[in-house]
Ligand binder design. Structure first.
Ligand code: SF4
Ligand code: SF4
Length: 207
């Protein structure tokens, strides 16, 4: 807008539209009637009907739209990266970890600490294994790099605890021996794909 137009602008325009706001009641009964008239409209009953219908569906027809957490839980993706689990070999029940240390080295938060030694059979034995969950960012690198599929991300996503140490020890993450038959093969991050056998090619030595 130029300066001349700015000076000449018509601030007192005559074409304003005055809204018809109706009569303002002055008595108590008049105000009450106005409130009722404005509140009770057909749309109100449409909303009430939708609420009533959904309530009947939920109570008598089993069509519930909510889950009763923590009694019920929604399924999570197999690739979800929750609290780690250490798996056992199904045949012998021995833990799968071979103490290679790859997970410890790849961990970008430097939160895995482990110690190993050779047992009497010259097999590497894991003597200490902890994950500091106060530092872990659940990136999944440890599960991806593990050659034995020993460390995986389990489905336990409720990480609240009064003490960090209460879920970071090797024994806490290891499948209990009496629940070995319930141990599920990991299908998520770093797991072998279902068609892995088809993707294996013959080595030149086979010819
Ligand atoms: S998920 Fe990532 S940050 Fe957590 S322990 Fe594994 S490698 Fe480390
Ligand atoms: S990468 Fe796997 S096998 Fe190696 S130390 Fe870690 S958990 Fe054990």
């Amino acid at each position: 807008m130029g300066l001349e137009q700015f000076k000449n602008r018509n601030v007192g325009r005559q074409d304003y539209v005055m809204l018809d706001l109706g009569h303002t009641p002055e008595t108590g009964m008049g105000k009450f009637k106005q409130v009722v008239r404005r509140t009770v409209k057909p749309e109100l009953f449409v909303g009430l009907w939708v609420t009533f219908r959904e309530m009947i569906n939920a109570l008598f027809r089993g069509k519930m739209h909510t889950v009763k957490y923590p009694l019920e839980k929604l399924p999570i993706s197999p690739r979800y990266r929750a609290i780690h689990e250490m798996l056992r070999l199904l045949e012998s029940g021995h833990y799968r970890c071979i103490g290679c240390g790859l997970c410890e080295k790849i961990c970008i938060s430097n939160c895995i600490a482990m110690e190993t030694r050779y047992d009497e059979n010259q097999r590497k034995e894991v003597t200490e294994y902890t994950i500091n969950f106060g530092r872990c960012i659940f990136c999944g690198y440890c599960a991806e790099v593990c050659p034995e599929l020993a460390i995986v991300h389990g489905p336990r996503y409720e990480t609240a605890s009064e003490q960090r140490a209460s879920f970071s020890l090797f024994e806490d993450m290891l499948t209990p021996k009496d629940k070995l038959d319930m141990q599920k093969e990991f299908e998520g991050f770093g797991a072998v794909s279902p068609n892995a056998d088809e993707n294996i090619k013959k080595t030149p030595l086979a010819y």
